[in-house]
Ligand binder design. Structure first.
Ligand code: NI
Length: 259
């Protein structure tokens, strides 16, 4: 079995990679990272994500509006997301959701733009990538009210409780775990990483943010998804090859990537 990691969530169009983007991608490939989903958070980054996916075979894109950027979004933004999503390399709508930690857009606007994007994804028959920071209750309520399980999707950089994870699994959502699982104080997340059924688990970097140990505090990059995978394999008591193969297969199944 060859090691194949899938970084299911990264922002490699970020300007922090402008000086060495290609070299960074080659480092990821050398570490066994065979695929990456590059995720948009507003219109310009969604355009850049789609362009990056056109440039590199092994990169796929998601297009959407992050709750931080919800107040900038209008009807035109949704239409633009719809147009960008027509590309075959665009496999999901997102990231979308609620962020009550930073509250950069008013909460009612965050909610409206979240709901609109869930409906758009259902219409386009693409899964969704959900961002939830300190908004667990409202995120679950909206996912249920909008019947988001029809579109399917993933809770990215999961930060909820085991109970919330079980609720997501019941709705047939996937759970994606990022670098914080390697942090010393992540007891709750470690338990979730160990207990989520292996066929519903994804791994990610969220690069350039959230670098795992031993790179915590520095720029993150897709090669470091290996540290996330190794930590979770250790927690579950399985070989890293098995964890890598399962999470790669899960990501391809969710985003309907055939290769
Ligand atoms: Ni992200």
């Amino acid at each position: 079995m060859i090691l194949t990691f899938f970084d299911s969530h990264a922002h490699l169009d970020d300007r922090k990679f402008d000086a060495d983007r290609h070299e960074m991608l080659m480092r990821a490939e050398q570490k066994g990272v065979s695929n990456i989903i590059n995720v948009g958070y507003d219109i310009p980054s969604s355009r850049r994500s789609a362009a990056l996916a056109e440039k590199y075979d092994f990169i796929y894109a998601a297009v959407g509006i992050h709750p931080h950027d919800a107040s900038e979004a209008g009807e035109n933004s949704l239409e633009e997301i719809r147009c960008l999503a027509a590309s075959p390399k665009v496999v999901a709508v997102g990231e979308m959701g609620l962020d009550y930690y930073r509250d950069l857009s008013p909460r009612d606007v965050q909610e409206q733009v979240f709901r609109q994007q869930i409906r758009l994804a259902a219409d386009l028959r693409k899964p969704i990538i959900v961002h939830d920071r300190e908004a667990h209750g409202d995120v679950m309520k909206i996912l249920k009210e909008e019947r988001a399980s029809d579109a399917g999707g993933v809770l990215h950089c999961f930060s909820g409780s085991m109970e919330m994870a079980r609720e997501c699994l019941k709705m047939e959502f996937y759970i994606s775990i990022a670098g914080p699982v390697t942090f010393h104080n992540a007891n709750k997340l470690r338990q979730i990483a160990a207990e989520v059924p292996l066929d519903r688990l994804l791994i990610e970097t969220d690069a350039p943010y959230l670098s795992p140990e031993p790179h915590r505090g520095k720029r993150n990059e897709s090669a470091y998804v290996v540290f996330v995978g190794e930590r979770i394999a250790e927690l579950r008591g399985i070989p890293v090859k098995e964890l890598a193969a399962a999470t790669t297969a899960n990501t391809k199944r969710l985003f309907r990537i055939k290769e």
